[in-house]
Design a binder for this molecule. Structure first.
Ligand code: HEC
Ligand code: HEC
Ligand code: HEC
Ligand code: HEC
Length: 178
């Protein structure tokens, strides 16, 4: 008698299981249908990634040139730069992409290359941030400029450093009207 009672009770509970399983299957169905609509066609072509993006990026016009691109027209600066401590720093890193200045394919000038003549440019790389490696030349701004009356001026670094060859003692004359 007890056996039948137990079987009846467990059968009554299986109804709940069926409902739960039904709901999970329904949710999975809904998920796969929505997913099929939302996923771009090229997804998965190269792994977990939208494959078409590669072609889209390649179709963009090239803005930056090889580091030698400035050498032909700015030979003197190129030589100073290559022989100084800023040789590893690309011209375009401090100025801008060649594309704003000169169109190589058409052989045409586009516009003026920007010059950022402020300490902000230098501090982008030389500020004493804890994340910078120990061997890298960093300055504590206040300490470095403590004896200089013009310390607040934006172009203060250029009183002593030539951007194309900044190590003291290496550089030629500091450019422009200092
Ligand atoms: C096809 C030749 C040519 C190429 C390539 C070229 N330049 Fe120039 N650039 C010029 C000429 C010409 C001037 C204007 C002459 C002048 O004012 O001294 C100039 C001017 C400049 C100026 C001064 C702008 C100003 O306001 O006085 C900068 C800075 C400059 N170029 C940087 C670069 C950099 C960086 C590159 C490489 C990414 C480059 N140039 C590539 C020919 C070139
Ligand atoms: C560390 C940053 C930096 C790098 C790297 C750099 N420049 Fe400059 N450049 C400057 C600054 C700042 C000035 C303004 C200097 C001044 O007026 O005293 C300048 C000025 C110039 C000028 C115009 C004035 C002049 O001195 O004739 C030209 C042209 C130029 N740079 C070209 C180049 C080229 C070509 C390269 C790569 C070989 C290069 N620069 C690399 C920061 C940089
Ligand atoms: C894009 C990053 C970058 C910018 C911007 C930059 N520098 Fe540098 N600087 C470097 C690198 C990289 C070196 C070489 C470091 C090395 O040799 O380990 C260097 C070296 C130097 C050195 C030589 C240090 C030594 O004793 O060997 C001086 C001085 C210097 N920079 C000053 C300046 C000044 C002034 C400016 C602003 C006109 C400037 N830098 C802008 C990256 C930069
Ligand atoms: C009055 C001259 C003067 C001015 C202005 C000046 N410096 Fe210097 N700087 C020096 C001298 C001299 C040295 C070399 C001796 C030393 O390390 O203190 C030097 C060294 C450096 C070094 C190399 C530090 C190292 O550890 O090797 C960097 C980077 C530097 N300066 C960046 C700058 C920046 C950025 C500015 C502008 C905010 C600036 N300097 C302004 C004179 C100056």
């Amino acid at each position: 008698m007890d056996f039948w009672k137990g079987a009846f009770v467990s059968l009554r509970h299986t109804k709940h299981y069926f409902r739960a399983v039904f709901l999970i299957i329904g949710a999975l169905f809904a998920f796969f249908i929505v997913r099929a609509f939302l996923l771009p066609g090229s997804f998965g072509e190269f792994g977990y990634y939208r494959g078409d993006n590669v072609a889209e990026q390649m179709a963009k016009p090239v803005r930056f040139a090889a580091r030698e691109a400035c050498a032909d027209c700015h030979g003197d600066i190129w030589k100073t730069h290559q022989s100084g401590s800023h040789a590893p720093v690309q011209c375009q890193n401090c100025h801008d992409a060649l594309a704003v200045h000169f169109d190589v394919e058409k052989g045409e000038f586009i516009g003026k290359m920007p010059i950022q003549r402020t300490s902000k440019l230098c501090l982008r790389c030389h500020d004493d941030l804890p994340s910078r490696p120990d061997g890298f030349p960093k300055i504590d701004l206040e300490d470095h400029l403590k004896d200089i009356p013009d310390a607040h001026k934006p172009e203060v670094c250029f009183q002593c450093h030539q951007p194309h060859s900044p190590k003291i003692g290496d550089q030629g004359p500091v450019t422009r009207d200092q």
